[in-house]
Write a protein that binds this ligand. Structure first.
Ligand SMILES: [Cu+2]
Length: 594
């Protein structure tokens, strides 16, 4: 099965890529429609993935950041370097205002390069014969080769980055996924043309409807400026910092299968508070003790091959959970504090994560310090669980000093979920996802800390100011066998909101169905949840959702009101469900800053 069209560019205005996919479905298979509310009779029941061999494959002791390059060849250009192989993008916005001597940052951009390639022989579960070496897609940045998740980029506020992303995927690819790429850095404050807009996908011979030409690479300009550069001057408002970000494919109509094949990686952003050095700033656990954990649900066929059905608007529920690309891996830790940056990379499963003992009859506490990549104003201590929907992040600090050497612990998921539509219930003891072995004393004293104040939160506008703001209402629903927003499917050309740059608005996100939940992601700036109601009755906003967020889980019969600002850059951006199957099956819209 192939899903990309054979012409050079994708469909003409008014005909979305989704329409093409639907046409392909009609031509090749029985049309699939969503089942009626409350029934799941038509959900395809797949055989379980083959048996795994747990707790054999070891994760690296530390996460090695990607090194910057001295130069890129060909040299980066302001306008697209079409002759040099770059895609037909528009000029970088505000480049010399933000970057270079005399600019706001006063420094030149650092250069990075990632090559998106196929790795022909990835092993998901060590030497387990049920899971043979198989092709995955990943990012190559250094001698580690093509890996998934891709190499972590360590960035700093005030130090712009120019990241070249090359597409070297096999053009003749067969099976799920499509070898055009489009990379979104979730949720950096990024100029539109570098944001990985879903129509900006490319390969050497094909290009999406919002580009003007094909190319083998795209230079993404990541200013690493706080939101509010116009409002506050300098490099913006430090209260708007993000710390835990991730990059992932965002190609229109095939985001789920492309991410499933491996196209996601991490991006940590530091500043004077969250310094990446535990002797300075907030002194959070850093270096080898600042560790990303990327979770994803996957389904394998009887031959142990990764499988997916990208034409089914229900998606496929993964029954195996990968952690940093591996099923049931082991991480050896020292007796000290660690910062774990938890990410749900999807496509569809929700997690409620606990730290459990080996006997499976007890859980231990941890401290949550960040939600969706944003440090909370104050840490939440003595937590026993944290829930993350697709694309949500949670940074937690676990102190292993309280455990003797030899202790074995597990991160478990106690959220039961049997369909792609929503999690069902919390049930102990849950599914063990990662084994942690406390195997050594740290070589040096643990000088890290979790201070009682982390990052200040800007006060919300007054009630009177909020009452004067425009309110936009978006209802997330099923429609015509697909997923829709306000009865409309995604149209890459149609801005569903045009917002003056610098303004603030209230967006009301609703879901009046009772069969599914939608983790809604709004690109560009973080928002603040003002209220949540279920069946019209106000419900509390959980403490970990009272800071800034970029993913808002809209549960059944729920309305979530969010305050957002739209500052500093112009152009096209996205809002979509981050259940990647819902996104691909059209629960997405374009909005513009003008
Ligand atoms: Cu959804």
């Amino acid at each position: 099965m192939t899903v990309h069209n054979t012409t050079k560019t994708d469909p003409a205005p008014g005909i979305g890529r989704r329409t093409m996919l639907k046409a392909t479905v009609a031509a090749t298979a029985a049309p699939m429609v969503l089942t009626p509310r409350r029934t799941e009779a038509q959900v395809v029941v797949l055989p379980p993935s083959p048996p795994t061999t747990p707790w054999v494959e070891e994760l690296p002791l530390q996460d090695t950041p990607l090194q910057a390059l001295d130069s890129l060849t060909p040299s980066p250009t302001m306008l697209a370097n079409s002759g040099g192989g770059e895609i037909g993008r528009v000029e970088h916005q505000r480049y010399f205002d933000l970057c270079g001597p005399g600019s706001r940052s006063n420094v030149d951009a650092k250069f990075y390069e990632l090559k998106v390639k196929q790795n022909p022989s990835w092993r998901f579960n060590g030497n387990n014969a049920y899971y043979p070496p198989q092709a995955i897609w990943g990012y190559e940045g250094d001698a580690r080769g093509v890996i998934t998740p891709g190499p972590t980029i360590h960035a700093t506020y005030g130090q712009p980055i120019l990241c070249r992303i090359r597409n070297e995927l096999p053009a003749n690819h067969q099976g799920f996924g499509s070898p055009e790429i489009c990379t979104h850095l979730h949720n950096l404050h990024t100029p539109s043309e570098s944001d990985g807009f879903t129509g900006d996908y490319y390969s050497a011979t094909k290009f999406g409807p919002t580009l003007t030409g094909a190319g083998s690479f795209n230079d993404h300009f990541y200013p690493n400026m706080y939101a509010g550069i116009d409002e506050f001057g300098g490099i913006g408002d430090y209260r708007e910092a993000l710390g835990t970000l991730f990059y992932h494919d965002h190609t229109e109509g095939v985001t789920a299968p492309n991410v499933l094949r491996g196209l996601a990686g991490r991006y940590n952003l530091y500043d004077h508070l969250d310094t990446g050095n535990e002797t300075t700033g907030l002194r959070l656990p850093s270096g080898p003790y600042d560790y990303p954990l990327t979770f994803g649900d996957r389904r394998f066929d009887v031959n142990g091959q990764l499988t997916f059905d990208q034409l089914n608007p229900e998606g496929v529920m993964g029954d195996k959970i990968i952690v940093n690309g591996k099923i049931e891996p082991v991480l050896r830790v020292a007796r000290r504090k660690y910062r774990f940056r938890l990410l749900n990379s999807g496509p569809t499963r929700f997690y409620e994560i606990y730290l459990q003992n080996k006997g499976r009859n007890g859980v231990f506490t941890f401290t949550q310090i960040a939600n969706d990549g944003n440090l909370l104003p104050n840490p939440l201590t003595n937590q026993v669980q944290v829930r993350i929907a697709p694309a949500e992040r949670a940074d937690i600090v676990i102190d292993f000093a309280r455990f003797p050497i030899g202790t074995e612990l597990f991160l478990v998921n106690q959220l039961v979920q049997t369909s792609t539509r929503r999690p069902e219930k919390v049930q102990a003891p849950g599914t063990q996802m990662l084994k942690l072995i406390v195997d050594r004393n740290p070589p040096e004293p643990d000088t890290s800390q979790v201070p009682s104040a982390l990052r200040p939160l800007r006060a919300l506008p007054s009630a009177a100011e909020l009452a004067a703001l425009p309110v936009r209402k978006f209802n997330f629903q099923r429609s015509g066998g697909m997923w829709a927003i306000n009865e409309q499917f995604f149209n890459v050309y149609q801005p569903r909101a045009s917002i003056p740059m610098g303004s603030g608005e209230i967006w009301e996100l609703s879901n009046f169905d009772d069969g599914w939940q939608h983790p809604i992601h709004i690109h560009f700036e973080e928002g603040r949840i003002l209220s949540k109601t279920v069946n019209g009755v106000a419900v509390p906003i959980p403490p970990n959702e009272r800071g800034r967020k970029d993913v808002y889980v809209v549960g059944e019969n729920m309305v979530v009101r969010v305050f957002l600002r739209f500052r500093d850059f112009k152009g096209k951006y996205l809002m979509h469900c981050h259940n990647l199957t819902h996104e691909d099956h059209s629960m997405m819209l374009r909005w513009d800053i003008v």
